[in-house]
Design a protein around this ligand. Structure first.
Ligand SMILES: Nc1nc2c(ncn2[C@@H]2O[C@H](COP(=O)(O)OP(=O)(O)OP(=O)(O)O)[C@@H](O)[C@H]2O)c(=O)[nH]1
Ligand SMILES: [Mg+2]
Length: 320
């Protein structure tokens, strides 16, 4: 174990992969080792960037171009994914390494697909732990990608220092059905495909979203001018350097003002509570508990027991 920690801290990729496999495992002895490993990690920080967008908006293309730009500056970049569909399909985003072909061969980059066949809560936990492993391995930037479908965006935002929303150019003034809740967690909206014929539309979309963002309630952890909307092209690379300047400016400001640490502390508290809740719920899955649940449920259904009294009784038994 100590050897694994040492190799991990030296940035050894094989050690990183092995450590990730360990935190992904559901075997109780692996879990114990994973927790021991995580508790030994040094306090190194990367910039954690969440990235969300609907299918086809250009997430993979963006990560490839943006990631290459960062590694070109000598930064080490890890790319992770939270895939809400993997629970059902067993497939995973970032399985399509084809769109990230150059980045996946870059010695300064590390790409890890979403684990398959785990429920979303499990995927989120593994990703959080993997972020910490990547930080320990010396990565400067950790990108966490997710498809834009509700719950997974919130999960990713809760483990990120900065949250990016990638959008496509849209005609007219309809705001692409982006939910208010998603707008509220975005730090920077990037309107992708601002190139060729789509450029003019993209610029109008940027203006529309800039207007919509100004209507949101001001957040204590934003400097003047944030959140903001910017045009980018993952194809041509236009706007990527500017977007990175904005990201680092925002992160630096939050560090100086103490918001960076406060947000991480709040996130840690959030995940502690979430993990505890999940653990308590999991107790209901034990065979003897399920049997008793079924018995009590039947009694309630037959009218022999009051639902609230039966629940209180069951809780007492669980705590006993
Ligand atoms: N014109 C233009 N097309 C782009 C740009 N970025 C991506 N595309 C195209 O948009 C399509 C989708 O790109 P992807 O990067 O696969 O999109 P994605 O968001 O990863 O999609 P999923 O993995 O399905 O969620 C592809 O045909 C890309 O070539 C861009 O900056 N400009
Ligand atoms: Mg993709």
């Amino acid at each position: 174990m100590d050897e694994l920690t040492d190799e991990l801290m030296q940035g050894n990729r094989r050690a990183l992969s092995r450590a990730i496999t360990l935190v992904e495992s559901t075997r109780p002895d692996h879990r114990a080792r994973a927790l021991a490993l995580l508790s030994e990690l040094p306090d190194r920080q990367a910039l954690r960037i969440g990235l969300s967008g609907t299918p086809g908006v250009g997430k993979s293309t963006f990560i490839e171009a943006f990631g290459k730009m960062l590694t070109g500056q000598g930064l080490r970049v890890a790319v992770l994914a939270v895939d809400p569909s993997s629970a059902r399909s067993g497939g995973s985003i970032l399985g399509d390494k084809t769109r990230m072909e150059t980045l996946s061969r870059d010695p300064l980059a590390f790409i890890r697909p979403s684990p398959s066949r785990a429920e979303l809560g499990g995927v989120a936990r593994r990703t959080r732990e993997t972020v910490r492993l990547c930080e320990a391995a010396g990565f400067d930037v950790v990108l966490i990608e997710t498809v834009g479908v509700g719950q997974s965006e919130t999960l990713v935002a809760e483990m990120s220092d900065l949250f990016l929303l990638l959008l496509a150019p849209a005609g007219g003034d309809e705001l692409q059905g982006v939910k208010r809740g998603i707008m509220e967690i975005a730090d920077i909206i990037l309107v992708n495909k601002a190139d060729g014929d789509l450029r003019a539309t993209a610029m109008r979309t940027v203006a529309d979203y800039a207007g919509a963002l100004r209507l949101l309630r001001k957040r204590a952890y934003d400097p003047e001018g944030f959140p903001k909307a910017l045009p980018v092209s993952a194809y041509t690379g236009d706007g990527l350097a500017g977007a990175w300047v904005e990201m680092t400016a925002l992160a630096d400001w939050r560090r100086e003002q103490g918001h960076f640490a406060t947000r991480r502390a709040e996130q840690a508290r959030h995940w502690f509570t979430a993990e505890l809740r999940a653990g308590l719920l999991a107790r209901l899955d034990a065979p003897e508990v399920r049997a008793r649940l079924r018995e009590q449920g039947d009694a309630v259904a037959r009218g022999e027991a009051d639902p609230d009294a039966a629940a209180a009784d069951m809780l007492g038994w669980l705590n006993g």
